[in-house]
Design a protein around this ligand. Sequence first.
Ligand SMILES: Cc1cc2nc3c(=O)[nH]c(=O)nc-3n(C[C@H](O)[C@H](O)[C@H](O)COP(=O)(O)OP(=O)(O)OC[C@H]3O[C@@H](n4cnc5c(N)ncnc54)[C@H](O)[C@@H]3O)c2cc1C
Length: 489
Amino acid sequence: MYVIFIESIVSLLANYEGESMLDSYKLQPETASEADVYDAIILGAGITGLVAASVLLRQNSARIAIIDEYQHIGGNHIDWSANGFTFDIGSLIFQDDSPLLKHFPELLEHYVHIHPTWGRLNPQRQITRYPISIVDDILGAGPVGICRIALSIIHARIWRRRLRNAKDFARFWIGGYLLKRSGLENYMARFYGVPPEHIDLELAEKRMMWIKEHSSLRGLLRKMRQRKLPHLKNKQLARPKEGYAVLYEPAKKGLIENGGTFRLGTPISKVAKDDEQFIVTPAQGKTIAAARVISTMPINIMLRLCGLEQEKSLETITLISLYFSFSGDRGFTQSILYNFSYEAAWKRLTIYSDFYGRNEGREYFAVEVVSNDTITSIELAEAEFRAHVASNAIFNGDLKLEGGQVLKNAYPIYTHGAPAEAARQIDRLRQFGIESFGRHGAFNYQPTARVSTLEAERALGYRHPEPADNPDRRERHDKRLELIPCKSG
Ligand SMILES: Cc1cc2nc3c(=O)[nH]c(=O)nc-3n(C[C@H](O)[C@H](O)[C@H](O)COP(=O)(O)OP(=O)(O)OC[C@H]3O[C@@H](n4cnc5c(N)ncnc54)[C@H](O)[C@@H]3O)c2cc1C
């Protein structure tokens, strides 16, 4: 019992972790003969689309068109500025060993080096260690609580071995009592948009392996080995203070120089196919054609554009971002705070002023709120956030909402059967001839730009040339990095 208990309470380090829907389309009369012809067309200029373009150009495609309905490149790396503050929707932390930099080394000099710290608001109204604290969550439960934690772990390991969903998975490794007491169960529901018992086991196995990694003896040993590898210590980076344009413009320039063409601010109206090629009709501008189309857009939109019926819809999260400035005593020191309490829809906040300095003496931060049945607007999210922080005695002072954004299709909701349904729909696109991958294109929970890069490379069968002196070293290095829990996304 002791071993199981100790195995399960060791410190858990980890991470959990759009598009505007186009409702009406105006078809244009162009035909294939009038179209601009490319070797390939990439739909979506997010990380997946940019990496796909880089790969295709390295794989000898001479002319690539990249289309996005946003005016900017970088996809869901979206910022917002006003009154001297620049905020973003929450996607801002990167690493200096990211495989993305192999495609776009010019990005590196534009990042800001940061030293983020992570904390969490737990159900006992404490700001404590993320994702779990031995002192506050376990020892703080008192003798009776500690016994209940131990007994619930033993119970789960003996009687709940059949895992059917994310809750079963988490309960098996840390026990039902600690799952509830730590607030992890509430955080999972808040994060994934549905209660954990409705979340597909496949997602848990993909995204919550950190629980297993840190709750099993084998995982602990691996972690100790990783600690000894100095080259795995990467540096944390944030987007430039001014926003993403500074970061991604050089990447765009490089792609253009090598044969890429960008069509931005252009939703797509239709994707058709003749014997030889695909014809992509944008809502504005000239029709384009290519023998190959890669989609990184949401699958349901892509099916519709191809005129294929969608039998079942795939659900996605709508993310509300609140942008605040603040003067006063915020009540905690961590730069990133997760909401593991039992109340409120906000899931994480990031204090930008810890990374970029204050603006006219004021701190500033973004709050990510997952929209639900009751929290459907910026106003409602703000009111709930204000009430929640007041009841938890944080942000005592002048809290001012500078603005906010609502992002549809922020990330997929993995209810039971959704991954299998997504696979069926991707297969229909494949039969039509479209390659669909990426966060939306594969309905794949990609928490970081690193993962999106590796997945895009994999989908296109691309391997970077190995350094001549040590073949395979880089791949082994990337594989190991995938096992390290990250705290972005
Ligand atoms: C809130 C949040 C926080 C994150 N935080 C981090 C972080 O800190 N660090 C990190 O490394 N990663 C983070 N990520 C994850 C990372 O951003 C993703 O893995 C990556 O951006 C996915 O890229 P993608 O190209 O697959 O998808 P997207 O970025 O969503 O790109 C898809 C593109 O398709 C376009 N599109 C969709 N429909 C159409 C249409 N009809 N016509 C034309 N274009 C269309 C969209 O405009 C978009 O540009 C975060 C993600 C989110 C949502």
